[in-house]
Design a protein. Structure first.
Ligand code: HEC
Length: 108
């Protein structure tokens, strides 16, 4: 029989993990509606404004640094909102890391 204190301890430990900084979850809730799950979704926000670019493009990914990505997320750009007020620096880092996973192989 497992002692009750052990059960509570384990629940407590897993409970802490329910607030993870998961870049893919953040991306899906904050970014995918404009950029699409895979980053390709160039949903035009307003006629006459720049649509979101293809975030999976290997050429674009190569030319952009993590610092530049953090900057865009913090400040926003064009029709894209700034996330400085809604995402903490560690969450922004997690989303930037997720953006890197959207990169497609160069041949495609
Ligand atoms: C309301 C729609 C919208 C949301 C939500 C949004 N974006 Fe954007 N995003 C845009 C648009 C539109 C642009 C192009 C802006 C421009 O260049 O004028 C853009 C540009 C970008 C760029 C810059 C690409 C470049 O040209 O260098 C990155 C990176 C990016 N978004 C990532 C994200 C991430 C990550 C999130 C979630 C935290 C997000 N966006 C949320 C609409 C959105």
């Amino acid at each position: 029989m497992v002692p009750a204190w052990l059960v509570l301890l384990l629940l407590g430990v897993t409970g802490c993990k329910s607030d993870p900084v998961d870049g893919s979850v953040l991306y899906r809730s904050a970014c995918a509606r404009c950029h699409g799950e895979d980053g390709r979704g160039g949903l035009q926000t307003q006629p006459g404004t720049a649509p979101p670019r293809d975030l999976g493009s290997p050429t674009w990914q190569e030319g952009v640094t993590d610092d530049q990505l953090r900057e865009v997320l913090r400040r926003g750009r064009g029709q894209m909102p700034a996330f400085e007020g809604t995402l903490s620096p560690s969450k922004i880092d997690a989303v930037v890391a997720h953006l890197r996973t959207l990169r497609r192989p160069a041949s495609k």
